[in-house]
Design a protein around this ligand. Structure first.
Ligand SMILES: Nc1nc2c(c(=O)[nH]1)N[C@H]1C(S)=C(S)[C@@H](COP(=O)(O)OP(=O)(O)OC[C@H]3O[C@@H](n4cnc5c(=O)[nH]c(N)nc54)[C@H](O)[C@@H]3O)O[C@H]1N2
Ligand SMILES: Nc1nc2c(c(=O)[nH]1)N[C@H]1C(S)=C(S)[C@@H](COP(=O)(O)OP(=O)(O)OC[C@H]3O[C@@H](n4cnc5c(=O)[nH]c(N)nc54)[C@H](O)[C@@H]3O)O[C@H]1N2
Ligand code: SF4
Ligand SMILES: [Mo]
Length: 859
């Protein structure tokens, strides 16, 4: 789109034409494109050039995006066609969201200039109008002056701990550094992505970040691949599903354990084991019970006793750590030796909804097949009381020895490293900026955000409850107002308690909407360039500047610097080099694995001419690729083939010699009995986690849908609800893009039998409600979701009717009741609700909704 057209386009014209294409390209695994094909398409823009254009979201993948740029106009986009597509060197294909990126950058709803809420005044003004007030355009000078003044006034009056800077992203770093230098800020923390894997894993011996899986070429050696609560076809676009297809071609069989029959299961022709959300812990305990029951080392060896003996502690009474009661061992817990409560398939069947026959058959397959990959997503661990699941799932791997050898692996396979574990073969360099430590350690757990604002209390890691008095919130690159909180509770808190809320944003996100002062920021396309973080291990990607900043938008670093200046911070010490130099520092410092598979060498060749041409500081160096090539192509990819030096087998050194290469646990081994896990939970003080993975029903989970569990009488909220990540958005990012809305209408998924019983037909508007909120969504009736379960995808922009309190956008966090259990785990997939046909006005398609724009007060 031409810059000047930006404000003159109606929503309808905006989406016309590209929607059909988007729908067709929704599935990420069609691999028909050959190298160079897209570049050959002729066009009228003879001056136009293809440039690598960042796709920088926390979206589950990292792909090469290109924009055809003529001046400041982007004519179209394409994805990776640099090399021929092959399993050894797959193209880094973008998904529909990446290819719609230009509709976010050049959107009608881009924020154009700084603005202040009309009825805000120092102290908060009329706080009750947050989220429904009008706006007043102000200058950058006024905006920065106001923020500096209020930061100073509020922190002087209430103390430095009255400032909360939200978010955990690298995009927030400039603000973190600036506010740290100013005296610090209260931060927040949580387990938003990994759920209970966040902390449980390290304590039991599964290293954070690799989580136990081998590299993609080794997957072809697995005979059975169990994908447990993961759907890479939706959540890890790019190549992971393609890697699984290679394993399938090599002969692997697939099983998917999931409340829904996913696109991943369909593509891989997997056996589907439908399960109630947040009950996986029970299933895995029963699998291990069957293995114990049926194992006979001579005639039917199902358990790898030698593995347990050599590499683990706590499995049986003979392998307990010193000081622990031998009766507390895991084997006797499973068998119910001292409790008379064995974890039988029949016991698990009642909880999980998986029949005992299926449980037995699955256990036998996992126990008898030689090479098995047990791969899970994070979703089954993003549940209240999820720690036991992580511990038990890992124990299944230890017990069957599917760990640490070719074709055998047990761990998480999700996000950018799905289906491809191992150290990075290519790494970006540092920007050259130093990070400043935050002098304030007070931090709010995500489950306690609204508690902190309303009760003024939040529990500190290992420190008990602490009083806090938050009076100023500075939102960074996140959408806390709908992504972390229960939305209604958060709005109530914002409308009663806080003096000043600031958000830098591209568009009028929920964080911006409920703020007092909003600053327009540039997208990555308007900045100097970015070397992309969180790419897959074989690929380095970058994006260059695509257009000059739109309207009055400024970068986060510019904002932090100019705000810092007004706060008296030494900003030249914080940001001593330009953003351009930072980008080139990242490139010049990038390294790639050498052919020996051990050492790293510079990636990019830098010549004197390069330094002069780009007017940057640096040293000349010899690398694998020229600077110009990387800047124009945007990608460096390591060529892989079977038997190369870049393979990865998780825990190889430990398995080879556990004494010389102990794990980082108390015992140096995998801990099936983990004293530290128990101690850590007591330090947090939310709920106690046993040292062995004993079953604890998930709070707000399946059992909560019954008013009388024993007689199986359903309660007021009879459905379980969980929140899959889907292809319309990356969390709430890109959810405003009409093309994506048209391709993915934003349904709530319900089983066809439940829908029929409730009189709901395909596309009907349904009311979904819990104790805490109500939302509307069009229904999608399907046989591919377990009865009794509702799947409400994560990330739509909340749109609450001020009169009824109902959210027509169907934001999932309207419904979730924060519960803090164990190690502060986020319970996004343990929820319960009800659903019924909506008798009011039917929803119109999200794609036809007008864009959300701030309403300006008349002069
Ligand atoms: N398209 C898209 N992709 C994304 C993201 C996005 O917003 N959109 N976000 C990215 C980020 S930051 C993250 S953290 C990852 C999250 O990645 P995941 O945690 O893997 O993603 P989910 O979609 O929540 O869940 C994956 C699968 O688990 C199933 N599931 C849900 N609850 C349970 C359960 O209790 N038990 C079992 N067995 N299965 C369950 C769901 O049906 C779904 O098929 O996704 C990344 N990828
Ligand atoms: N119920 C439920 N809740 C969930 C989940 C779930 O599965 N269910 N998933 C959880 C997970 S896994 C995650 S990771 C979180 C994600 O939650 P968030 O981190 O809040 O993710 P987004 O909603 O994408 O919000 C990112 C915001 O940052 C903005 N942004 C992006 N880049 C920049 C930048 O450079 N500068 C500035 N200033 N802004 C920028 C985007 O426009 C967007 O508004 O949500 C969690 N919440
Ligand atoms: S997976 Fe992520 S990086 Fe890749 S195109 Fe989609 S949104 Fe962009
Ligand atoms: Mo995440």
């Amino acid at each position: 789109m031409k810059e000047n057209d930006i404000t003159n386009v109606s929503r309808r014209t905006f989406i016309k034409g590209s929607a059909a294409l988007t729908a067709l390209t929704a599935l990420p695994v069609s691999r028909g494109l050959i190298a160079g094909e897209v570049s050959k398409v002729s066009d009228n823009h003879s001056q136009a050039v293809w440039k690598p254009a960042a796709c920088w979201h926390d979206c589950g993948g990292k792909c090469l995006n290109k924009a055809l740029v003529d001046g400041n106009t982007v004519i179209r986009q394409k994805t990776d066609d640099l090399n021929l597509d092959s399993p050894n060197t797959p193209q880094q294909r973008g998904c529909l969201r990446g290819r719609s990126q230009r509709h976010q950058v050049f959107a009608v709803d881009r924020l154009k200039y700084p603005m202040r809420r009309k009825n805000w005044a120092p102290g908060g003004g009329d706080k009750s109008l947050r989220g429904r007030d009008q706006w007043v355009r102000i200058s950058w000078d006024e905006a920065l002056g106001l923020i500096a003044h209020e930061t100073h006034r509020i922190t002087t009056k209430y103390g430095q701990e009255s400032l909360w800077v939200t978010g955990q992203k690298e995009f927030c770093q400039p603000y973190y550094n600036m506010f740290s230098a100013y005296g610090g800020y209260v931060s927040d923390w949580g387990t938003r992505s990994f759920g209970a894997w966040s902390e449980t894993s390290g304590l039991i011996g599964v290293p954070w970040g690799i989580w136990g899986i081998n590299d993609r070429l080794d997957l072809k050696n697995s005979e059975l691949i169990v994908i447990w609560g993961a759907n890479p076809a939706w959540t890890s676009p790019g190549s992971p599903t393609y890697h699984y297809i290679q394993a399938k071609k090599a002969g692997a069989k697939f099983i998917c354990i999931d409340p829904s029959y996913t696109d991943t299961a369909a593509i891989l022709d997997a056996e589907w084991i439908p399960i109630n959300p947040a009950t996986d812990h029970a299933l895995v305990l029963a699998l291990m019970y069957v293995l114990l029951q049926e194992d006979n080392p001579k005639t039917n060896p199902l358990i790898k006793w030698d593995f347990l003996d050599r590499y683990t502690i706590g499995f049986d009474a003979q392998h307990m750590p010193e000081g622990a009661d031998p009766k507390d061992n895991f084997k006797d817990y499973l068998l119910g030796t001292y409790t008379n409560d064995p974890k039988t398939p029949e016991w698990a069947s009642e909880i999980t909804g998986v029949s005992s026959d299926v449980i037995r058959s699955l256990a036998r397959k996992i126990g008898t097949i030689d090479k098995v990959a047990l791969l899970c997503g994070w979703a089954p661990a993003r549940v209240n009381n999820g720690e036991g699941w992580v511990h038990a799932f890992s124990t299944l791997g230890f017990m069957t020895g599917h760990v640490g050898s070719s074709g055998n692996m047990t761990g998480t396979s999700v996000h950018f490293f799905a289906a491809n574990g191992g150290d990075f073969l290519v790494n970006e360099g540092s920007t050259g900026l130093k990070n400043i430590d935050n002098p304030i350690t007070t931090t709010i757990n995500h489950n306690e955000l609204t508690r902190a604002l309303t009760e003024g209390k939040c529990r500190q890691p290992r420190g008990g409850d602490k009083d806090v008095n938050i009076q100023m919130i500075f939102h960074c690159a996140n959408n806390t107002m709908q992504g972390f909180n229960n939305v209604n509770q958060a709005i109530d808190a914002y409308r009663s308690n806080i003096e000043f809320v600031v958000t830098p944003a591209y568009n009028f996100t929920s964080n911006a909407k409920y703020s007092d002062l909003v600053l327009p920021v540039t997208t990555e396309w308007e900045r100097e360039g970015i070397v992309l973080h969180l790419h897959n291990r074989e690929v380095l990607l970058l994006g260059v500047n695509i257009t000059k900043p739109l309207y009055e938008a400024q970068s986060d670093q510019w904002i932090a610097k100019h705000l810092g200046e007004r706060l008296g911070v030494d900003v030249n010490a914080l940001f001593p080099i330009s953003e351009k130099q930072q980008f080139f520092n990242q490139i010049m410092g990038s390294t790639v694995i050498d052919t020996d598979g051990k050492s790293y060498v510079p990636l990019v060749t830098i010549t004197e001419e390069d330094l002069v041409k780009h007017q940057i500081q640096g040293k000349t160096q010899q690398g694998k690729i020229s600077l110009e090539q990387l800047l124009t192509e945007g990608k460096y990819q390591v060529y892989r083939h079977d038997g190369d030096n870049y393979g990865f087998i998780a825990y190889k050194d430990f398995i080879g010699d556990p004494h010389s290469n102990p794990l980082k646990t108390e015992s140096g081994k995998f801990e099936i009995y983990c004293q530290k896990l128990n101690e850590r939970s007591k330090e947090y003080g939310w709920s106690e986690i046993p040292a062995i993975p004993k079953y604890i029903a998930s709070e707000h989970g399946y059992q909560s849908t019954f008013s009388d569990w024993h007689n199986k009488v359903k309660g007021q909220y009879p459905f379980q609800i969980y929140t899959p990540h889907y292809l319309r958005s990356s969390h709430s990012t890109l959810d405003n893009v009409a093309q994506l809305r048209e391709a993915w209408p934003g349904h709530v998924y319900i089983n066809a039998s439940d829908a029929k019983r409730l009189g709901l037909k395909q596309g009907d508007t349904a009311l979904i409600y819990s104790k805490l909120g109500k939302v509307l969504r069009p229904v999608f009736c399907t046989e591919t979701l377990k009865p009794g379960v509702i799947a409400l995808p994560h990330g739509r922009w909340s749109d609450i009717d001020e009169k009824t309190g109902i959210d027509g956008a169907g934001t999932e966090n309207m419904l979730f009741e924060p519960a803090t259990t164990g190690l502060g785990t986020s319970g996004w997939n343990s929820g319960y609700c009800n659903i019924e046909k909506w008798q009011g006005k039917q929803l119109i398609s999200d794609a036809l909704q007008p864009p959300r724009l701030p309403v300006f007060a008349k002069e």
